[in-house]
Design a protein around this ligand. Structure first.
Ligand code: GDG
Length: 752
């Protein structure tokens, strides 16, 4: 491994200027907390790291930066690479697209999203600035890790110039459901997805976000996944969940730091005799502060016995206060705090202690320690580190966490009291439950959560992500489909000539014949018939045409030849010189329902049509207006996938066709069955479509697998077009002069 290059939209600090003196101040926020901890703890880092770089926008002028670097001692744990962005451009990028479009939308506040074109333009430009800065500095072996929603286009911008670079991307906020994501203007949403897909590994906090992302990729880019892997533009990409952890020991051990103890004791003394409820958040509508206050107000109303016996310490950290949606919120919150205090305070007691400031780390931990209850109720939150930090800071197992079920952290912290923040009475009753919880129960719950947080801490998180990134790279290497070159072809020919029992498995449409506008007109021409005839005439050959076509077409076009025909992906067979056999006979009732749905799509999409076969029914959109056909096919896929749930049917997203078929057949199983029966010493398998991938996978190590047309594939080799298929087969019959050198190609062993 080489250098680790972290790229986030902002650098993890800003500059403080006092007269001539300039100093660095660390900024707060989840991402900064996590990566800083990792960089500070050298013993937890991978030992093969040769350097650490952090790149991000500097929110200070270039001159100040130069001066700060002169004054700064060389004690930084990492090299800093500042990006300088013009103020107006930055405004449109950061406060504009990032925080007035993506942030609200991804947190399900679609009504707050402001789709301004200049915002998007600025987003593209700033992502490009990042790319321009880092590209000339990239070295082989570098691991680039791009963070968060402000830089979704960067992975692809790097990929375009450095196809082999190692690039990871992590999203710290939720990835919303497709129904929300699709609200973005079409060009933007496709550009964003395509941008992220420049990465090799894409990480999210929870399983739901992974699923949402995969669904959007399927609907908008037409790419399906298998076990969290995607094949996109010739590359394997892995999408997985990496729930971010915290620096557990930093929080847990800080609790016994004398300064923290002193601060905590002071808080406890000042609020003596009262239970403490605590929350700390950036000022953000996603954090659900108004709902929290409503819940707290209802608690005071509904459970008067707790009045004077508790206080709610509400700490809000200033954030993005130049955006109107944030500033308005501050006023509303302060009014609400005023109302509650006005309504319930007595001369000696005030229910809400409200502060609008940034706490030092020690103050923060002292408050975590002092609090009997942490009330953390965001309306949406990618993860929420505050909840984890509160749990980690507890000593002796004291403390109760009330956590919103809409925070990513809820999927790991099941022992918290989980609430729906919009349910005011649920919040209120959870507060009483927490305040009254016996110590043994608190200990039990906190203990279980602490063990989990200690186990998967921030160091595990980073190393886990880096390990997977390296693994994906290795798999890509293994999987790289090689262009079939002359040398390999010569080796295949040599093997062919020496073999006595050969099997040639050939797909029909798109392989033996080009695609035709009307499927029923794709009859083989004389050249195909002649070639197949000559191949089949050699007694050492067994030619198999393996297709998704129905029995009738294959029978009409090819049954005059001594070849084996496989129709409908293996549902029907006609072994060489014998009769058709059908593998299943099931009721055709299912087709009626599917036909009805497909018929609707035929009406809604001019040029599309339905094709029915014995075991499949397909909707073709090859002849439709390009964009429309594709987008209708996404809708149809979605509808059909829902419809066939819990049945044995399968929906296949093929080449310009959406097909439903009875499950249990695929070309892979059919191909294996044939070669198991005939035990050949040479197998060649060619195909072009998604369904042919099943054969390529099933025959791995047993056959020369060749994919027609460029594109990601499990096949060993690829040829660039369908027009090369016949000449290739022809060359088996009449080999050119074969060079004598040893082949580099891996020869599949004879099948046993
Ligand atoms: C994003 C996602 C995801 C807060 N106030 C003070 C302070 N903090 C520190 C906390 C914590 C961090 O800031 C806040 O992290 P969160 O996770 O709660 O929230 P976001 O900043 O919105 O972070 C979030 C996160 O990224 C990581 O992936 O969990 O869902 O929105 O570490 O301790 N620290 C100090 N004083 C404060 O007043 N010292």
């Amino acid at each position: 491994m080489g250098r680790l290059i972290i790229i986030s939209s902002r650098l993890p600090f800003s500059l403080d200027k006092e007269g001539d003196k300039i100093s660095l101040r660390q900024s707060s926020g989840g991402l900064v907390s996590a990566i800083k901890s990792y960089f500070e703890n050298t013993s937890a880092q991978r030992n093969d790291l040769t350097g650490k770089i952090w790149m991000g926008v500097a929110d200070f002028p270039q001159e100040d930066w130069a001066q700060a670097m002169e004054q700064q001692d060389a004690g930084q744990e990492f090299e800093v690479l500042p990006v300088f962005v013009d103020k107006d451009l930055y405004e449109n990028y950061y406060n504009g697209f990032a925080n007035s479009v993506l942030w609200p939308l991804f947190h399900y506040f679609s009504n707050l999203a402001n789709y301004e074109t200049q915002y998007f333009d600025a987003y593209v430009q700033v992502n490009q600035l990042f790319a321009d800065k880092i590209l000339p500095l990239l070295e082989p072996g570098d691991q680039v890790w791009i963070h968060d929603y402000q830089l979704m286009l960067l992975p692809d911008l790097l990929r375009k110039k450095r196809p082999d670079a190692t690039i990871g991307f992590f999203l710290h906020i939720p990835f919303p459901s497709y129904e929300i994501f699709r609200l973005l203007p079409t060009e933007w949403k496709k550009t964003l997805l395509h941008g992220v897909m420049g990465a090799d590994l894409i990480g999210f906090h929870t399983y739901d976000y992974v699923q949402h992302f995969l669904q959007s990729v399927k609907m908008l880019l037409g790419v399906d996944n298998y076990f969290h892997n995607l094949q996109y533009q010739d590359r394997l990409i892995r999408i997985d969940l990496f729930p971010i952890g915290i620096d557990y020991n930093k929080f847990h051990l800080a609790a016994s730091d004398p300064e923290v103890e002193e601060l905590r004791d002071k808080i406890l003394k000042d609020l003596e005799g009262k239970k403490i409820i605590f929350s700390v958040d950036r000022l953000d509508y996603s954090k659900g502060l108004m709902n929290r206050l409503n819940g707290f107000e209802y608690f005071l109303e509904r459970y008067p016995e707790w009045r004077e016996k508790m206080v709610f310490v509400l700490n809000i950290v200033p954030s993005r206060d130049t955006i109107p949606a944030y500033n308005d919120r501050k006023k509303m919150i302060e009014e609400k705090v005023g109302t509650i205090n006005g309504r319930f305070s007595s001369i000696s007691w005030q229910p809400v202690i409200y502060r609008y400031n940034h706490l030092s780390f020690k103050e923060l931990v002292a408050l975590y320690q002092a609090a009997d209850v942490a009330l953390i109720t965001p309306l949406r939150d990618g993860m929420n580190l505050v909840a984890k930090e509160y749990v980690a800071s507890s000593t002796g197992g004291r403390g109760v966490l009330i956590l919103s079920e809409l925070a990513g952290a809820a999927s790991e912290l099941g022992e918290a009291i989980l609430v729906n923040p919009t349910d005011t009475s649920d919040v209120a009753s959870s507060i009483t439950r927490a305040l009254a919880m016996p110590l043994y129960e608190q200990r039990n719950r906190i203990g279980l959560m602490q063990r989990r947080l200690q186990e998967y801490d921030v160091f595990k998180w980073v190393n886990d992500f880096m390990d997977q990134l390296i693994q994906v790279k290795q798999e890509q290497q293994k999987q790289k489909v090689k262009l079939l070159d002359d040398k390999t072809m010569a080796a295949i020919q040599r093997h062919y000539q020496g073999a006595k029992n050969r099997c040639l498995l050939l797909d029909y449409d798109g392989t033996l014949v080009p695609f035709s506008k009307i499927p029923s007109e794709a009859a083989p021409d004389n050249a195909v018939k002649d070639l197949l005839g000559r191949l089949a005439a050699d007694p050492k050959n067994h030619v198999v045409i393996i297709s998704g076509r129905d029995v009738n077409s294959l029978d009409r076009w090819l049954s005059f030849l001594p070849v084996t025909l496989v129709a409908e992906h293996g549902a029907s067979f006609k072994m060489r010189n014998s009769n058709w056999q059908q593998k299943v006979s099931v009721s055709d009732l299912w087709k009626e329902e599917i036909r009805r749905v497909m018929q609707m799509f035929v009406t809604r999409c001019a040029g599309s049509f339905i094709e029915e076969k014995t075991n499949t029914i397909a909707w073709h959109y090859r002849n439709t207006q390009t964009g429309l056909g594709f987008s209708r096919s996404r809708e149809l896929l979605n509808t059909l996938s829902q419809l066939i749930q819990n049945t044995t049917l399968q929906v296949i997203d093929g080449n310009k066709v959406v097909e439903v078929r009875i499950g249990g057949f695929d070309k892979g199983a059919a191909a294996l069955k044939i070669i198991n029966e005939m035990d050949p010493d040479f197998v060649l398998c060619m195909g072009d479509d998604t369904t042919d991938e099943d054969m390529f996978k099933a025959l791995e190590g047993e056959a020369y697998t060749i994919k027609v047309n460029n594109g990601a594939s499990s096949a060993q080799y690829t040829i660039m077009s369908q027009q090369q298929v016949l000449p290739l087969l022809q060359s088996l019959l009449q080999p050119r002069t074969i060079p004598n050198s040893e082949p580099e190609v891996q020869l599949p062993e004879a099948h046993h």
